[in-house]
Ligand binder design. Structure first.
Ligand code: SAM
Ligand code: SF4
Length: 363
């Protein structure tokens, strides 16, 4: 017998009310239907394929002070670092030779001239030393129009900038109240990234203090409205040296946050059939096979951490971050096996561009 949930799942577009129903049903059979539908769509549009991005967390120096983040500038309990160019290029060689196809360069936010020039130089070196073969995603926060253009021209073709929450009020609650942490600027940055031709990635943290299901439903509609190409969303996980830690007792349990993340991924896959969705590392913090579960819910990207081991302990965005002491080579073997067990296959030697990006360019 067809139910109200079947009716929602058969719709071309979801309303906020539809999403709220999908997010909150506790009926086991209904939950299963949502995941089955999402996985069916993933198989139809993307196949049972996973693309890899070798993640290099190349600097934890940050000018910002986001209230949730372990590497915020106000946290004096970590050693600040910037990985040298030689070390980064060595890691890029590893990713290239392992046929990852793409890397992500991520860091704290800086917009000084030295940083901008250094990243620019690095991009060119990465392209040169890999025969232009490796795809590059940047995730270095808010930058000027000029910087986004320059980095694009030097070889970066995807940019990941999470909106963190699309709700301006919640955004204000989880950031200091000053010019550096301005909601409108963040939205504007996303528009600039889109304007210069990058594949645009954004995302939110799920299970933040004060966050409601309504806001999460609006986040999904925001992604659709902005017509983004890639999403990386994962659970908010508390960090003891941050101001938001004081709200730790008011949070959903970690397991509930995890379940909510899988649900968000599945609903988004149904809403945006051809985008890239990451199975984020934070999911693995809560469940050792969290990323594999996310693949089954509709995700298609995994970002193995290939940062040199000696730096990883100082890029702790949240407590209990996984893979801090695991060798990338070892991780890869284990990842292959785990992906295989989830009936999925890693696509090697391809950039793994967002189909949505290609489709919107052809429209
Ligand atoms: N600095 C850049 C920026 O903020 O866009 C990129 C690096 S930042 C560390 C990458 C992401 O880490 C942020 O967008 C945020 O969503 C996530 N993050 C930070 N603290 C977190 C926490 N406590 N729990 C979960 N994710 C967190
Ligand atoms: Fe800096 Fe990004 Fe962390 Fe904010 S989330 S403090 S910008 S590294």
């Amino acid at each position: 017998m067809s139910t109200a949930l079947d009716h929602i799942l058969s719709k071309e577009n979801f309303t906020k009310e539809d999403i709220l129903i999908l997010l909150s049903t506790q009926d086991k059979a209904e939950k299963l239907k949502i995941f089955e539908k999402a996985y069916e769509i993933k198989l139809n549009y993307i196949g049972n394929k996973v693309n890899l991005r070798g993640l290099v967390e190349f600097s934890n120096i940050c000018q910002k002070n986001c209230l949730y983040c372990g590497i915020r500038c106000g946290n004096a309990n970590i050693q600040r670092y910037t990985v040298t160019d030689e070390e980064i290029l060595e890691r890029v060689q590893f990713a290239w030779k392992s046929k990852f196809g793409s890397i992500v360069l991520q860091s704290g936010e800086r917009d000084d001239k030295k940083f901008v020039d250094d990243v620019d130089h690095l991009l060119k070196e990465i392209k040169r030393t890999t025969n232009n073969e490796i795809g590059i995603t940047l995730s270095c926060g808010e930058q000027t129009e000029d910087t986004y253009r320059r980095w694009f021209d030097s070889g970066a073709h995807r940019y990941l900038l999470r909106i963190e929450s699309s709700n301006a009020e919640l955004y204000k609650k989880i950031h200091p109240d000053n010019k550096l942490h301005n909601y409108e600027n963040r939205i504007n940055s996303l528009r600039l990234i889109q304007k210069f031709g990058y594949q645009v990635g954004t995302g939110v943290m799920i299970g933040l203090p004060f966050q409601t299901f309504e806001e999460l439903a609006e986040d999904l509609l925001f992604f659709k409205e902005l017509n983004i190409d890639m999403v990386g969303m994962g659970p908010y996980i508390e960090h003891k040296d941050t101001p938001l830690f004081q709200f730790k007792d008011s949070l959903f349990s970690r397991k509930s946050r995890f379940d909510l993340c899988l649900r968000m991924i599945a609903i988004l896959r149904i809403m945006m059939k051809d985008i890239n969705i990451a199975a984020t590392t934070a999911l693995q913090t809560i469940d050792p096979i969290g990323r594999e579960k996310a693949l089954k819910a509709g995700a298609n990207i995994i970002m193995p951490n290939i940062t040199p081991l000696k730096y990883r302990g100082n890029y702790l965005l949240y407590d209990d971050k996984p893979c801090v002491d695991e060798d990338a080579e070892e991780c890869l073997k284990c990842l292959e096996m785990r992906v295989h067990l989830a009936d999925e296959t890693i696509s090697y030697d391809t950039w793994g561009d967002s189909l949505h990006y290609k489709n919107r360019k052809n429209d």
